[in-house]
Design a binder for this molecule. Structure first.
Ligand code: PLP
Length: 383
């Protein structure tokens, strides 16, 4: 039996999501743009999904545009903002710890003549808000893109302050909320971002579907033009089954939030951390928990194991049935320490010794206990 502790990479599709999708892969295969009844019923299903998705983040349904993935949502928002403002004198402010789906497009913007400034974090992985405030210049056109929660550490960023600063300067804000939605409360009625990116596979919908929240008052220029679907904001015949699946997953996560499901995940994460501390804390290889303890999603434990190399631990854990990932990008073959941990001021050694253990609503106490046991065993074997 394998124990899955890599839910920030992707999650298992929820059986209720599969059930909701099935009719649209079988009997209800019609084009939602068709005018006859069958087509209209498929269109209604998309409408329901839009309502479910909007409800999860306290948005209006017409503010939700379905996309092919989180990367597309980020690109759509950033490119629209850049195009609306033009490159003349425009400044773009992002954090150093953004996902590559924000870093790469904004690097391309820098190459095209936009000024792009990256703001660092403190040792706990939170945005340096004073540096952010300085970077946002009210005398210039600009926008900010700051992630809601980090994919490696789970650290939640000060989005309310980010929005307040940007608003004062007349700047728009995009947030990559891909690792926040379904894990912490995300309410666009309380935190007034202009654009917010979501990816379904991080909360039990399939891979290859996401959406972009576009605030009612936000200017938007489409990246994909064609038949005018999604109110002209993202053309292309809709991926109906996946959109329906995304809506169902959003409804499930709203129920989980309501019924204490997220607190249950958090207490499992805390249990995992406690067991690692008990198993290794007094030994020759102390562990360090990384990132803010206060501002983080409930599902992630990010841990450095002194004297160990994550790249060696991962295959040993895999052999023992524990699936997780390194806190560093070395696993992608780059053999470089994670940019997130470097932004937090970690030494290469510490960054290379980190594991990201990420849980989901499917995680169980028995799994957490067994995983902790196996991790302790591997650390002891390596020392
Ligand atoms: N942004 C963050 C913070 C992510 O964690 C991910 C996925 O790993 C993405 C963007 C990309 O999303 P997708 O895989 O749907 O393109």
């Amino acid at each position: 039996m394998s124990i899955y502790l890599d839910s920030n990479a992707t999650t298992q599709v929820h059986p209720r999501v599969v059930e909701a999708m099935m009719p649209f892969l079988t009997d209800n295969w019609y084009n939602p743009s068709s005018g006859y009844r069958a087509g209209r019923s498929v269109k209604e299903a998309i409408g329901k999904a839009r309502e479910q998705m909007a409800a999860l983040i306290s948005a209006s349904p017409e503010e939700i545009v379905f996309t092919g993935c989180g990367t597309e949502s980020n690109n759509m928002a950033l490119k629209s903002l850049a195009r609306s403002l033009g490159r003349q004198n425009t400044k773009i402010v992002v954090s150093e710890i953004e996902h590559s789906a924000v870093l790469r497009p904004t690097e391309a913007m820098a190459a095209a003549g936009y000024e792009v400034e990256r703001i660092g974090t403190d040792g706990e992985g939170r945005l340096e808000i004073a540096a952010f405030e300085q970077a946002v210049e009210s005398s210039r056109p600009g926008f900010a893109s700051i992630m809601w929660a980090n994919n490696e550490t789970g650290v939640v960023q000060p989005m309310a302050e980010v929005c307040e600063t940007a608003r004062r300067a007349g700047w728009a804000v995009h947030t990559d909320a891909i690792q926040a939605v379904g894990k912490v409360p995300v309410r666009v009625d309380e935190v007034p971002v202009d654009f917010l990116s979501i990816s379904g596979h991080k909360f039990h919908a399939p891979k290859g579907v996401g959406c972009l929240f576009i605030g009612k008052k936000s200017q938007f220029q489409p990246m994909i033009r064609g038949g005018g679907q999604e109110d002209g904001r993202r053309s292309g015949t809709e991926n109906v089954p996946y959109i329906v699946g995304l809506g169902e997953a959003a409804a499930i996560m709203a129920e989980e939030a309501e019924n204490g499901g997220l607190e249950r995940v958090e207490s499992l994460r805390n249990r995992l951390e406690e067991q690692l501390q008990t198993g290794l804390g007094d030994g020759p290889n102390p562990i360090k928990f990384n990132g803010s303890r206060e501002h983080r999603t409930g599902n992630v434990a990010h841990v450095s194991f002194e004297g160990c190399v994550a790249a060696e631990m991962l295959p040993m854990l895999d052999e023992r049935g524990v699936q997780c990932s390194a806190g560093s990008a070395c696993m992608t073959g780059k053999n470089q320490p994670s940019h997130v941990q470097k932004a937090m001021g970690f030494s290469d050694e510490r960054a290379f010794s980190s594991l990201r253990l990420s849980l989901s609503i499917f995680s169980t106490e028995a799994e957490v206990d067994e995983a902790a046991e196996k991790i302790v065993e591997v650390v002891k074997a390596l020392n």
